[in-house]
Design a protein around this ligand. Structure first.
Ligand code: NAD
Length: 367
């Protein structure tokens, strides 16, 4: 069986706690003969600042570059609030994304039936929800130049951010979305604002052109503001939703809240496919380091474990193992197991490690 090189970067706060549960799941996958890994570990974020004076060492970056995939916990926390801007914990994560060229951010929003009542929306609107948001991650208004605040002759100020996209940037993210749709229900919605933005005009034009290679996938264009409204009105109409960096930031947070808790949401950041057919990839929970609950055993490990499932599916082509892990999570939730963030009033939550154990029990049962 192929052995995959996996770099674990637990990070800060609850990162190491949820990563410990992933390590247990990795052990179980190995014992069940479902997947084999060579594991390496390193530091990122505040823990790397404490040890090395910077949030990501060149050695850690080289390890990340050599790995088949990276799993990251979370970075940051009040302990490092006063370090210089260039070496703040988040800079380690941004460097990883930038240096590895991770341009495609995949954020699934799945509403488990057992948790439909934890959503801000009515159960019938979200039960069974399964959307994949594909957000362009390395271009657009967060990176475009000029980006500055200048002082005008009258002493007032002027701030500029630049929304810029090239054909190549839009093409590669569109391919990611259409390829994903082929493995799902064959539907892509593309969100932009071509009615008021030139970048939206180009986005729509390029996505439409790329679509010509995917006659088996349907494409719908939607204005980003209408899309935000549709996400809370009738979210199940969407399957794969592709959009730029800024709209993706906002729309994926809206979609996240449809599902209940931040502790449930995994994500993937993918690079370009190379000549050998492989791609750089980093998998991490959507949540942060949750300093308010760190060290207490309260953290929900499902987002982190779901990130491992995405890694199995998208980096290693181990769809069967990923399905088994995802359904172990679904059954664990159906059995009533809940960490504090998702527990119903009046019932008793279980700990991070008990949730990990419960998922592994279900995994072993199904395998
Ligand atoms: P957060 O996601 O860490 O926490 C928000 C709230 O959700 C908290 O109440 C927290 O207890 C809860 N929560 C988060 N994950 C949970 C889990 N797995 N189980 C149970 N409850 C969970 O966001 P924040 O408080 O805004 O940020 C805290 C730190 O994390 C900051 O330093 C921030 O910069 C950093 N951060 C890092 C990342 C990342 O590493 N990718 C992402 C977001 C925030």
């Amino acid at each position: 069986m192929t052995s995959y090189k996996l770099l674990l970067l637990p990070g800060d706060g609850i990162g190491p706690e949820v990563m410990a549960e992933v390590e247990k799941v990795i052990g179980a996958l190995d014992a069940l003969g479902l997947a084999r890994f060579e594991i390496e570990r390193d530091l990122v974020g505040g823990s790397a600042i404490d040890a090395h004076g910077k949030p990501l060492t060149d050695e850690a970056l080289a390890r990340a570059d050599a790995a088949d995939a990276i799993l990251l916990g979370a970075v940051g926390g009040p302990k490092w609030a006063d370090v210089a801007y260039e070496i703040r914990p988040e800079a380690g994560l941004l460097r990883l994304r930038k240096d590895l060229g991770l341009f495609a951010n995949l954020r699934p929003a799945i509403c488990y039936p057992a948790l439909a009542d934890a959503s801000a929306l009515k159960r019938e609107l979200v039960e069974g929800l399964d959307i994949m948001i594909v957000r362009e991650l390395t271009g657009g208004v967060y990176f475009g130049e000029p980006k500055e605040i200048t002082t005008l002759p009258d002493g007032s100020k002027r701030a500029v951010d630049t929304q810029v996209y090239t054909t190549a940037e839009i093409e590669r993210i569109a391919h990611v979305a259409f390829d994903l749709a082929r493995k799902r229900s064959g539907r892509v919605a593309s969100a932009e604002k071509h009615n008021v933005m030139k970048s939206g005009v180009l986005w729509k034009e390029v996505v439409t052109k790329v679509h010509a290679d995917y006659s088996d996938v349907t494409l719908e264009h939607v204005l980003a503001d209408n899309c935000a409204m549709q996400l809370v009105r009738r979210p199940k109409q969407y399957d794969v939703l592709v959009t730029d960096n800024l709209f993706g930031d906002v729309l994926s947070d809206v979609a996240a809240m449809l599902t209940g808790s931040l502790g449930m949401l995994p994500s993937a950041s993918l690079g370009a496919v190379d000549a050998k057919g492989s791609r750089k990839a980093l998998y991490e929970p959507v949540h942060g380091s949750a300093p308010d609950i760190a060290g207490k055993g309260y953290a929900n490990p499902i987002a982190m474990i779901g990130s491992l499932a995405m890694c199995l599916r998208y980096s290693f082509g181990l769809g069967e193992a990923a399905d088994l892990l995802d359904s172990a999570v679904t059954r664990t939730l159906a059995s009533g197991a809940r960490t504090r963030d998702i527990v119903a009033e009046g019932t008793t939550p279980i700990s991070t490690s008990e949730m990990g154990d419960a998922i592994i029990r279900e995994l072993k049962h199904a395998a």
